[in-house]
Design a protein. Sequence first.
Length: 204
Amino acid sequence: MTRISIFDYGAGNIFSLESSLQRNGAKVSVINDIDNMEDYDGLVLPGVGNFDPALKSINKCKTKFLKGLDKNVPILGICLGMEMLFEKSEEGHLEGLKVFDGEVKALPIIVKIPHIGWNNINIIKKESELFAGIPNNSWVYFVHSYYTLPEDESIITTKTNYGISVPASLEKNNIFCTQFHPEKSSLVGEKMIKNFIKICSHSK
């Protein structure tokens, strides 16, 4: 059975994510520290919480996390879990994990904030394993007030439009990120979760 850990920032409310992973065949553990990323087949950074408190939580094991990226363990960053991989965010004052070059910006005031609800996504990277079997313009569920601006636009795999065009997902090597919440995105999200589990099962 594929072993996937969810990093808990202490904000709670990760039940739906844990349930979705279990429902699709993963053995799930919830952790608040990283000892050895090779002990599991995949790691999920959930989309619950705020930038600075989440970073304070993961910074205590930041060195082990960054070293673990070199071990080819697949990472799924969801919403906040995606944003904290950047250099900085307008939501907080702390330095991000700097896995990606770029920053996190607040959504423009021309739209209702936070963005809560369903939007369709334009799949740019058709070869992405995370989106295998998922039709273009599928609808997924967003809950966010910020969006990412990666310096390297080649890592963007899907986009959506909410007043402006924003990256809906990113992918680089063993790191997969979504601004939306797959665990709340009905059958399309379930397919993504299955795809991520499959990626994890083949990573070693």
